[in-house]
Design a protein around this ligand. Structure first.
Ligand code: ADE
Ligand code: ZN
Length: 346
């Protein structure tokens, strides 16, 4: 455990970049950079409603979650072959390793692809191959979490689970994402119960735009182990107490929250208050190609805007390992590496 005492504040940016960390909230389709969208569109003969990379980037001005999701699903339409899914994940994992991400748990949205006639095998095999190769290349440990789209029905989620089960060994858990308000967690209680029986890890987006009530039902009805976003929990003191007591991690995404207008300014983000309340909060990038930054950008900009401390930098990295689904021995190795990095800055 380090407090950061003895490390000069001016070394904070370098320390944030250098410290080992886990990324637990990254949608792989949200790592698809405009350049790769255009390259894959050309490779696959897919027509895009934008004339250039610059024109596409200009469309990345969002007013809320839905305005982003419309563009995000359109961007994913260039993904057709197993190689496409592999190349997207390979690009993310190389970028993450450069940010000293040593462990990544990666969301994917199979329904976005199977609805267009792309096979579940194509999606999972391409992503899984990239994860295995990345570990051999940089040592990064990476695993996959299958997300159900909450704007679709629970029946469709069950069909998706059925299609994915032949690949049970290639993903570690399930999540719930897409349009939150109007699609509460309880809509998916049965399919999450089934996933629990199957021994899958369970997470869900809740309290991004939606109310604290959605965080309660994600915990009590879906029985999730982590909450993705969860920043609205701060409005409910009893919920905050529950998250602290049960050490339920929140995977917070500051630049995402800024770009989707969840907070008007990064200076007003509540990550500092969540940490001070004793919540196992982590920092993540969500959809880095769309929100203007990968993991280190999220750390650097958030610390610059909110004045978080060196001790909180240590806490956030330690939380990321605690909150991960890595084996205990892997967690110990990464915590030791974190301690060594802080010691080297003293
Ligand atoms: N899918 C990709 N990014 C998302 C987000 N921030 N919230 C909900 N669904 C998503
Ligand atoms: Zn997300």
């Amino acid at each position: 455990m380090h407090t950061g005492q003895g490390i000069p504040r001016e070394r904070l940016p370098q320390l944030l970049a250098r410290m080992p960390k886990a990324e637990l909230h990254i949608h792989i389709e949200g790592s698809l950079e405009p350049e790769l969208i255009f390259r894959l569109a050309q490779r696959n003969g897919v027509a895009l409603p934008y004339a250039s990379v610059e024109e596409l980037r200009k469309a990345y001005a969002f007013s809320n979650l839905q305005s982003f999701l419309d563009i995000y699903y359109a961007g994913a339409s260039v993904l057709i072959t197993e190689q496409d899914f592999h190349d997207m994940a390979q690009a993310y994992l190389r970028r993450a390793a450069a940010d000293n991400v040593v462990h990544a748990e990666i969301f994917f949205d199979p329904q976005t692809h199977t609805a267009r006639g792309v096979g579940m095998d194509t999606v999972i095999n391409g992503l899984h191959r990239a994860c295995a190769e990345a570990q051999a290349e940089s040592g990064i440990t990476a695993s996959l979490i299958l997300c159900f789209l909450r704007h679709l029905s629970e029946e469709e989620a069950f069909e998706t689970l059925e299609q994915a089960l032949p690949h049970r060994d290639k993903f570690i858990g399930v999540g719930l994402d897409s349009s939150e308000v109007g699609h509460p967690p309880e809509k998916f209680a049965k399919v999450f119960a089934r996933c629990r029986e199957l021994g899958l890890h369970l997470v869900a987006h809740a309290g991004e735009e939606g109310p604290p009530a959605y965080v309660w039902t994600a915990l009590d009805l879906l029985k999730v182990e982590r909450i993705d976003h969860g920043v609205q929990s701060i409005k409910d003191p009893a919920l905050m107490a529950r998250l602290v007591k049960d050490r339920i991690p929140l995977t917070v995404c500051p630049l995402s929250n800024l770009k989707l207008c969840v907070f008007p300014k990064l200076e007003e983000h509540n990550i500092g208050r969540l940490l001070e309340a004793g919540i196992v909060a982590t920092i993540n990038s969500d959809d880095p190609a769309y929100f203007g930054g990968y993991l280190n950008d999220n750390f650097l900009q958030t610390f610059a805007a909110t004045g978080l401390t060196l001790q909180q930098a240590y806490q956030l990295a330690a939380n990321s390992f605690e909150a991960s689904f890595a084996d205990a021995s892997v967690k110990r190795r990464y915590n030791d590496l974190l301690d060594e990095t802080f010691a080297s800055f003293e």
